[in-house]
Ligand binder design. Sequence first.
Ligand code: PLP
Length: 388
Amino acid sequence: MSEIIYFDNSATTAVSAAVAQTMYTVMRENFGNPSSVHIKGIEADKILKEARINILKALGERNPIQEQLIFTASGTESDNLAISGVMNYKSFSFTPRIITTDSEHPAVSEPIKFAEARGAEVVRLSTHGGIIDMDELKDALTPNTVLVSIMLANNETGAVYDVANAFRTVKELSPDTLTHCDAVQGFMKIPINVQKLGADLLTVSAHKINGPKGIGALYINHSLAIKKKLSPVILGGGQEHGMRSGTENLPGIAGFSCAVNEKKNSMAERAEKVTKLRNQIINSLPEEIKVNVPRGRYLPNIISITLPKIKSEVMLRYLSQYNICVSSGSACSAKHKNISPSLTAFGLDASAADSTLRISISSDNTSDEAEKFIQILNDGLNRLVRMR
Ligand code: PLP
């Protein structure tokens, strides 16, 4: 059997050796409950607090305070906490409006649909070609807009949206509107500074950066964190400053923090390596394959390609026989048969979207893997398309 070529790093990543070791140590030795007042509890609480400050600093927060980061069980939960937390905080005497984009991950679009079903008005900005329409945003902002939620980088096309500009416009025209950014794909790939981004709330997740699965976090800006103007979704013992009850997943939290440490000083270096691999792949793709390159900024690690006359599912299975792991659309939508809203929002018609593969590489991939992938993809096209 040939070696596995893992080109699905936007779905998830392997836990690094240092992260696994850190987690093992915390599981075996620092097993205390951070809420306990004895020595094991104090020891665990120290690990928890240090991890929080470490992640806040990685988000560019210069004077971090504990209340500004809530650990959750996933990026999905953090997105839900942000959206439902704002929508459920108080009952509105007017119809609240949410502005978002037409290409958010379901972790954002679904809780927004839920709010819509309960009476909120929702405006979805177009992101054609990977660009947010700023005029649409200005027109959509009303005094009733309570939340604007825009992702940093799209999980299917890699498009990096101009969130800083969008949130600056929001704060200029409607200072009381809260801003939320789902930064799951961009975190540790491009520098993030929550202040410069203008995000009141921001979501991150560990398993996309060689950290463990099942641990995410929600950043909350200073004044919101102090005033606690967000309602929790999970109620109970009051952990995480009352914002997310449940005994903390300390091994996950320590693993998350370790993954951040491993990545924080190598962003430019990793981006350079990934860009080289990306160029190698794109330059050797057969002519009939179309690369869906965003018009603005994009993450170099995500390559979206549309195949000629073949459904992505068929090619996915072909590649899988040769131990090549890629995905069609995002991992979350791959098992659901409906057409990806992100791809149609980008400008692909339904048939092109159904023939689109996502290759998501990492700096751990090699040039040899890229070469082998191209060769097998070409063989696949010969057998499945050209010979028909
Ligand atoms: N947001 C984006 C943009 C994602 O790509 C993902 C996962 O793919 C999520 C949110 C959900 O994160 P998690 O898998 O930690 O729930």
